[in-house]
Design a protein around this ligand. Structure first.
Ligand code: PNS
Length: 162
């Protein structure tokens, strides 16, 4: 069974992430979405919230599962039995950042090959960091995140009170 891990902070999950998840799920028999718990970035959503949102969004996608992880990605990949890591590339800058990480991960665990998927152009400007910034200042995040995440963030950031 071809298994891949799609890792990330998913803080929060964006429409760009969801497009990549759908496309990766169509390539692999099993796709494990790995939510990094110990991110050094200041989180907007708790890891439990991020996992819950992703579980809800992928509940009708056969072959997908959502787990959180701590520590090294290659160890998490090993624990799932996967041999591929899927990462999205939005721009040349993403590739410059991702290539040495993929090479380091391969050096650490040569069973973990990284597959890059090109983000669709319509999602290339979307990032979790931009969403986080917009949410903190009550900017309009419609179109950046799936509807359920939009509703969740509206409540979490008290948009409805303002
Ligand atoms: O969504 P992000 O923040 O771009 O995801 C980054 C992620 C989770 C893929 C990356 O930070 C990661 O793999 N972290 C786990 C620690 C690790 O293994 N680092 C790589 C060392 S070479």
């Amino acid at each position: 069974m071809a298994t891949a891990v799609f890792p990330g902070s998913f803080d929060p999950v964006t429409t760009g992430h969801m497009d990549l998840i759908e496309r990766a799920a169509a390539i692999f028999d099993r796709l494990v979405i790995g939510v990094l718990a110990n991110s050094s970035k200041t989180p907007l959503c708790t890891v439990e919230e991020r996992v819950q949102l992703l579980k809800e969004l992928t509940k009708d996608m056969p072959g997908t599962e959502v787990l959180s992880f701590d520590g090294l990605l290659v160890d998490f990949v090993d624990s799932t039995g996967a041999d591929t890591i899927v990462r999205g590339i939005r721009s040349p800058a993403d590739f410059e950042y991702e290539l040495p990480l993929a090479q380091a991960n391969y050096k650490l665990n040569c069973k973990a090959d990284t597959l890059f998927l090109a983000t669709k152009p319509e999602y290339s400007y979307i990032s979790s960091s931009a969403v986080k910034e917009l949410a903190r200042y009550k900017g309009d995040i419609k179109g950046f995140v799936p509807g359920s995440v939009y509703q969740f963030l509206m409540q979490k950031c008290n948009y409805l009170d303002s």
